[in-house]
Ligand binder design. Structure first.
Ligand SMILES: NC(=O)C1=CN([C@@H]2O[C@H](COP(=O)(O)OP(=O)(O)OC[C@H]3O[C@@H](n4cnc5c(N)ncnc54)[C@H](O)[C@@H]3O)[C@@H](O)[C@H]2O)C=CC1
Ligand SMILES: O=C(O)C1=N[C@H](C(=O)O)C[C@H](O)C1
Length: 265
């Protein structure tokens, strides 16, 4: 099978630049477009030069004017909205990596998945998705633990991150809730909130330096504590995961797929 023709949306961003750099050197991927929003100051420049790997003959554009098999979106919620519409209108498979999406965006993804194949994940990292499996096991094992198990999720990201908590932290919380049934959430704590409710999950977002992403899931028991920690040292784990997802989703029947499907977890 020939390499899938892949579009990168958000191509001048932190993630977009890694996708251009790694996609260009990946023989299993054919990069055919590098998209950014109308008015981006670097439209027309070579996407490879922007990514720091030298010219690759792919100009940064705000319009899709070529055929494609898959589009990878690492942008912002408004960019995700545009990516969904572009993929449905042009029958292009979608890898949705953007986080901070609204309920409307989520509904649009579910609707779009009736027409196109979509891989949607807040993290494309193998280590993170494996840790999600481990979290599910721990939560299921502790759901009826005598004395209860308090779950708190601490995430740490670079100072530039615009959404909080991370999409990955929220996904970890969903996994825990699905096994343990918590009904309350606390995003940080201040003042005098009193004793921690038994059925609450706490989320804490740390924003420091250039951290590419770190998550710790804490299960606090009486007398013991379990911590599952996963962290990236650069962004390539996400970019390589997304490129693998594009290869997986190209040509697939319409539907919603996960990184567990892509990675065979
Ligand atoms: N699923 C995953 O594995 C990962 C997801 N992310 C998420 O990806 C998103 C981007 O992260 P970064 O690259 O760090 O952000 P960034 O801010 O560096 O890049 C976002 C890019 O999107 C562009 N953009 C804005 N509107 C657009 C539009 N309408 N069409 C196309 N591009 C548009 C911006 O100009 C910018 O270049 C965030 O939501 C982040 O949480 C980040 C890393 C991993
Ligand atoms: O903004 C980031 O950088 C990241 N965002 C994603 C998220 O919100 O979960 C994934 C990863 O943690 C990096």
């Amino acid at each position: 099978m020939s390499a899938p023709r892949v579009v990168i949306s958000g191509a001048a961003g932190r993630m977009g630049q890694r996708l251009i750099a790694l996609g260009h050197q990946n023989p299993g991927i054919e990069l055919v477009a590098a998209l950014e929003h109308d008015g981006h100051p670097r439209l027309g420049e070579d996407a490879g030069a922007i990514a720091g790997v030298g010219p690759i003959g792919l100009p940064l554009s705000s319009k899709l004017e070529v055929s494609a098999d898959a589009l990878i979106d690492f942008s912002v919620p408004a960019g995700a909205d545009r990516a969904i519409k572009l993929c449905v209108d042009n029958n292009i498979a979608l890898v949705m990596a953007t986080t901070g999406l609204t309920d409307e965006h989520k509904a649009a993804l579910h609707e779009a998945a009736k027409k196109i194949a979509i891989v949607w994940a807040p993290s494309m990292s193998l280590a993170v998705n494996l840790t999600m499996k481990l979290t599910e096991i721990a939560a299921a094992s502790l759901k009826d633990y005598p004395g209860g198990a308090d779950v708190e999720i601490v995430e740490r990201h670079h100072r530039f991150k615009e959404d909080s908590p991370s999409g990955t932290a929220l996904k970890f919380g969903e996994i825990v809730k699905s096994q343990m049934g918590q009904t309350k959430e606390a995003h940080g704590r201040e003042g005098r909130p009193g004793e921690r409710p038994h059925d609450e999950i706490g989320y804490h977002a740390v924003r420091v330096g250039d951290n590419p992403g770190e998550h710790t899931i804490i299960f606090g028991l009486l007398g013991e504590t379990i911590e599952l920690k996963v962290g990236a040292s650069n962004r390539d784990c996400y970019a390589n995961g997304a490129l693998k997802a594009a290869q997986f989703v190209a040509g697939k029947p319409a539907g919603l797929y996960t990184m567990a499907d892509v990675l065979g977890l």
